[in-house]
Design a protein around this ligand. Sequence first.
Ligand SMILES: *Cc1c(COP(=O)(O)O)cnc(C)c1O
Length: 221
Amino acid sequence: MSVNIAAYKTLKAELDAKGVTLVAVSKTKPAADILALYDLGQRDFGENYVQELLQKKPQLPQDIRWHFIGHLQRNKIKQLAPFVHLIHGVDAPALLQEGEKQGAKCGRVLTVLLQVHIASEETKFGFEVAQVAPLLQSVGAAPLPHVRAAGLMGMASNTADAMQVQREFATLAALYAHVKAQDIAPAFQYLSMGMSGDYAAAIAAGSNMVRIGSLLFGARE
Ligand SMILES: *Cc1c(COP(=O)(O)O)cnc(C)c1O
């Protein structure tokens, strides 16, 4: 096991002091690693692959809050809907419609974040910044009772250019502030940005939820 307990304790104390929620990203890591952090009090875990999540979940305590942070496929929402705590990667209006359908089927309100494309890389998914407010307005006009849009998620470019990363996080933080000021999404409360390599910059820009994997669980294959 390569779980870095000391790093967890230091990070957790730092984040608690700042009121930032830690999502421990456990993709590709075994259930035993998750349990090691669970035993220290960690409850929010993030996974990227639906099959992997469904396979680990029954091996682990029931009170874990599972965050789905991967690229969301429409046909997988059905499997997440009965238990998922927060879906970070909604990047198309059709996913909101499907979330409504599956949430209704299992009598739950699915809490979701809109993923926004802030990186310069074309491979990163997400809405364009300019699409977000109009989308939330249209949802406001035709409400989805089983979907709650609770904030934004973004990933900065994978670059050594700290100024660029800072700019990208600032862009997402400004959009988040704009939505809140406009009062078009009453449930907005999460700004999910920051990973192992850039979480300090994300928090400085206003993140209140970070998704951290390798710093806690070691490098992935
Ligand atoms: C894998 C992943 C993370 C965690 O990345 P680390 O660099 O290991 O901290 C965070 N967010 C998303 C969306 C991921 O896919």
